[in-house]
Design a protein around this ligand. Structure first.
Ligand SMILES: [Zn+2]
Length: 84
């Protein structure tokens, strides 16, 4: 599985790793973000991590998708999870 970290400020990008390795990255580098997301959205940190993992997976090896995420500088999965 290929991962591009979804956080715009992070340039973590790894190919052929397992989810648990990316989860380790989240726990090490993004603990504060995970915590604030879980508090803001009233979800557990585990759920916030799962959502972030699924949004960081690269199903199509598309640099463009990654660039769009960076340029938007938002967390689009929360808009998908909480439609207005
Ligand atoms: Zn990261």
């Amino acid at each position: 599985m290929n991962f591009n970290c979804v956080f715009p400020t992070c340039d973590y990008k790894e190919n052929n790793i397992e989810e648990k390795e990316f989860l380790q990255h989240l726990k090490e580098k993004h603990h504060d973000e995970m915590k604030s997301i879980s508090e803001k959205e009233n979800i557990s940190i585990g759920i916030a991590e799962m959502i972030t993992i699924s949004n960081s997976k690269v199903f199509i090896n598309s640099w463009l998708v990654f660039k769009i995420k960076v340029s938007l500088r938002i967390q689009p999965w929360f808009y998908a999870q909480h439609p207005k």
